[in-house]
Design a protein around this ligand. Structure first.
Ligand SMILES: *Cc1c(COP(=O)(O)O)cnc(C)c1O
Length: 422
């Protein structure tokens, strides 16, 4: 029985019984037709199957953009990948094993988040930051007004604009101030009985420079408290605490301590975790959001909760490692790699480069980096190789920036370049 052959076990697991069975039948027909020998049926079956199962392919990110949205933003840590594997089965995601009763969904992940941000009285997790904003806008301001500065009307990418997203909830946006300057008085003049929420959005993917001003969170918070309107801050990046390397990037703890009632953030940006939206802040507000009917539609999967918890408990993520890698280390890695490529006959040089955070974070911040410069004609073959490698075209050369390539992926990068040259 060819189908039960041990050499097809892996294929049966990866492609399923039916597909392998069809390939076996066809190979057996070819054997009957005398096109192959009877002992070649297993090999012919394997050869007829796809090289890999359909699905997303792992890509080597040599763009120098640490959080590349088209490449799935943050790569997960080893701990998070392990947690995903465990969570893929049946788990206690919503069961209290000590009592046998229903438990709070994702209780341990929420506890990890609460521990990571002591400034937050309560926490909740939804599908992404956009969902967090939709939930807050719906629960706190549907049918009422949300104030937002004209300098903070952000388009987050792929044509999606935050103010349109919020308007879709039925809340009315009321713009205050101007593109470059908004004062506390602008907010004060606009707050009224119709105001459900004041929204402060971190301009995470652009910078307005020059004659600009915006009131600090503390001032805005005092105003909102005096008028009895909650203040929601969207920090975008997902930094829970200040990151010394990115002094301009806001973090949840600082905004909460400065008086924001709620903070929303993405899980898959600088936090380095899975796609999700973090909601942090005052318990009464978080509770209202959590109990709102819409919360159920924005609920996160058990896989997300598991990966988020692992990320929070072991925060040395690949994103943080890439961000903090000393430039001297990258230069050394680039020099050694270029030398090994030249030994393989590839025209490659190590060059200085500038990497960026990307993914809607730290606009204008350049991270000193090093890259391998190769012939730009390698871009296509590298992208279509196995594994695919995506670099960045720069002044007629293809740069393979090492800040976004983990050190352990270097052997794969080396052989991919050598293969692309042949
Ligand atoms: C990235 C970003 C968003 C959208 O976050 P998602 O998690 O992609 O939904 C919203 N607001 C700001 C300020 C952002 O930077």
């Amino acid at each position: 029985m060819v189908l039960a052959d041990d050499r097809l076990a892996d294929a049966r697991r990866r492609f399923g019984y039916e597909l392998v069975k069809t390939a076996v039948t066809q190979a057996q027909q070819r054997a009957r037709d005398g096109l192959i020998g009877p002992d070649e049926v297993v090999q012919a079956t394997l050869a007829a199957l796809p090289v890999r199962p359909a699905g997303p392919r792992p890509v080597l990110n040599a763009t120098g953009v640490l959080l590349h949205t088209n490449l799935g933003r943050a790569p997960l840590s080893a701990a998070a990948r392990e947690a995903l594997d465990t969570a893929a089965g049946t788990t206690d995601v919503e069961l209290d094993l000590s009592t046998g009763e229903r438990g709070r969904r994702g209780a341990t992940a929420l506890a990890a988040l609460a521990e990571a941000v002591p400034a937050a009285e309560a926490v909740h997790v939804v599908n992404n930051n956009a969902a967090a904003l939709v939930l807050a806008a719906t629960a706190l301001a549907a049918g009422r007004e949300i104030l937002i500065s004209r300098g903070e009307l952000v388009e987050i990418g792929d044509g999606f604009r935050l103010h349109e997203l919020i308007a879709s909830t039925g809340a009315r946006l009321r713009e205050v101030g101007t593109t470059n300057r908004t004062s506390l008085r602008d907010y004060g003049d606009a707050i009224g009985p119709e105001t459900g929420l004041v929204l402060k959005v971190h301009p995470s993917n652009y910078r307005i420079e020059g004659f600009t001003s915006a009131p600090p969170i503390t001032g805005l918070s005092a105003l909102c408290t005096a008028r009895g309107v909650p203040l929601l801050g969207d920090i975008g990046s997902g930094l829970l605490e200040p990151e010394p390397l990115l002094p301009q990037e806001p973090d949840a703890a600082t905004w909460l301590r400065a008086g924001a009632d709620l903070v929303t953030a993405s899980g898959d940006k600088l936090l380095g975790g899975p796609q999700c939206g973090l909601l942090l802040g005052r318990s009464e507000l978080v509770h209202r959001l959590r109990r709102h009917p819409l919360a159920r539609a924005l609920r996160v999967d058990k896989l997300t909760l598991a990966a988020l918890e692992a990320t929070l408990r072991a925060p040395d993520t690949p994103t943080r490692t890439a961000l903090r890698a000393p430039a001297a280390d990258l230069r050394r890695r680039a020099g050694a790699l270029a030398e090994r490529l030249r030994a393989e006959g590839v025209a490659a040089t190590a060059v200085d480069s500038r990497a960026v955070v990307g993914g809607g974070g730290a606009p204008g911040v350049e991270l000193l980096s090093s890259a391998i410069a190769v012939d730009s004609r390698l871009a296509g073959p590298l992208r279509q190789g196995d594994p695919p490698v995506v670099g960045r075209l720069d002044q007629g050369r293809l740069l393979l920036d090492l800040r976004s390539v983990p050190a352990e992926a270097e052997p794969a990068l080396l052989s991919a370049v050598v293969r692309a040259c042949r």
